[in-house]
Design a protein around this ligand. Structure first.
Ligand code: HEM
Length: 356
């Protein structure tokens, strides 16, 4: 694990030193999802409007920027061959974008003097990959100026991150436009927290037009990537008045995690969310969850509901990998439709970190 951690840091440093364009920034904060429960008051349903969906389509740029997908793919191949662990944060960026104001690239905007943007909200402080999005967008701008939105670039990058991590391919409908508003408070309120149980997670997903099945399928994204200690340490220490550690976490595994994550304040340590294959998009996440080794309470919660438990246990057998791949493609496509801006709404940002 040491080696992998070093590699993670090295990749992050590489990203920060070489992939960032002037004016762009990269993030490496430590806190994970910890949104307040006020999310429901803020949840907006701009999103799953069938009108917006109808305006996204496959081949949207076929006349205006026919090579957009091959340019993104080429760049992603370069980025991930230099830093394979960036696949996970790029997929997570797309998720955090879509859950706040819809998939409008609002997560990519920098804070300004008068506005604290989404990316500076607590749950987003551990996001990374911003510099790579800026780099890919710059390539696209050079080929097709003022044509392709940052929201579409991020959507294609997330799909390619999955493909290049040996996951499924699916065609992406395009035509999203970029938002002009980004609020840290909205991000803190609307992103699902790592301590979420099924009723809370179901409510949050439903507010985005996503089902219980989407929840269990999209949680499978935790087959990729790493987490910082504070995202799960409360399960290991002083869990409740009755339990020192979360009883829903396998006790041997909890012991191993305590060796890495020495205290709730340990911000440096990273743990693989799918130990053994955290850079490969596969079904082993479900095997860990089924053995009560999911890292977050939100992962463990999938065993507390009959529908999600059945799904976890079915995919965990390893006999239905292609079913999971198909489900994931469908659910991520659905997530990519949430709250999109189309037509004359929003703008096509020139640089993803600043409005035009
Ligand atoms: C179900 C609700 C979810 C919760 C509560 C949740 C929570 C978290 C947390 C706490 C982390 C670790 C952050 C850190 O400590 O650095 C994380 C990482 C991650 N999440 Fe989720 N997540 C959820 C759903 C999703 C979805 C829907 C996706 C994508 C479709 C996703 C993709 C990822 C990825 C790829 C990482 C690893 C990032 C990296 O390696 O930097 N998550 N998530």
């Amino acid at each position: 694990m040491r080696l992998e951690e070093e590699e993670g840091r090295e990749e992050l440093m590489k990203e920060e030193s070489s992939l960032i364009l002037p004016g762009g920034r990269s993030k490496s904060g430590m806190r994970a999802c910890s949104g307040e429960m006020k999310w429901e008051e803020r949840a907006r349903d701009r999103g799953s409007s069938s009108l917006a969906r109808a305006q996204l389509h496959i081949g949207y740029y076929s006349k205006t920027c026919p090579n957009v997908e091959s340019i993104v793919r080429q760049e992603m191949e370069k980025i991930l061959s230099a830093a394979p662990s960036l696949a996970a944060p790029l997929l997570r960026l797309h998720f955090h974008d879509c859950f706040v104001r819809g998939c409008d690239a609002s997560v990519l905007l920098n804070s300004t003097k008068n506005n604290l943007a989404e990316r500076d909200a607590d749950p987003n402080k551990s996001l990374r990959g911003f510099g790579t999005v800026d780099r890919v967008k710059a390539r696209i701008e050079a080929a097709c100026p003022n044509t392709v939105s940052c929201a579409d670039v991020l959507t294609i990058m997330a799909r390619d991150a999955v493909v290049l991590a040996k996951g499924p391919f699916w065609p992406v409908a395009l035509g999203r436009r970029d938002g002009k508003v980004s609020s840290a408070a909205e991000a803190a309120n609307e992103l699902p927290p790592s301590f979420g149980d099924i009723p809370l997670l179901t409510k949050i997903f439903a507010s985005k037009g996503l089902s219980l099945k989407d929840l269990v399928v999209l949680s499978g994204a935790h087959t990729l990537g790493t987490a910082h200690c504070p995202s799960y340490a409360d399960r290991l220490y002083n869990f409740s008045s009755s339990y020192a550690a979360d009883p829903s976490l396998d006790s041997e595994y909890a012991e191993k995690l305590r060796m890495k994550c020495k205290s709730v304040d340990d911000k440096a340590m990273l743990s693989e969310m799918d130990p053994g294959s955290y850079k490969t998009f596969d079904t082993s996440y479900y095997r860990h969850v089924s053995k009560r080794r999911g890292l977050f309470q939100s992962d463990a919660a999938l065993l507390t509901d009959a529908t999600t438990r059945d799904y976890v246990q079915r995919i965990a057998t390893g006999k239905f990998d292609s079913e999971f791949f198909k489900d994931f493609s469908e659910s991520l496509t659905k997530m990519g439709n949430v709250g999109v801006l189309t037509g004359a709404q929003g703008e096509i940002r020139k640089k993803c970190y600043i409005i035009n």
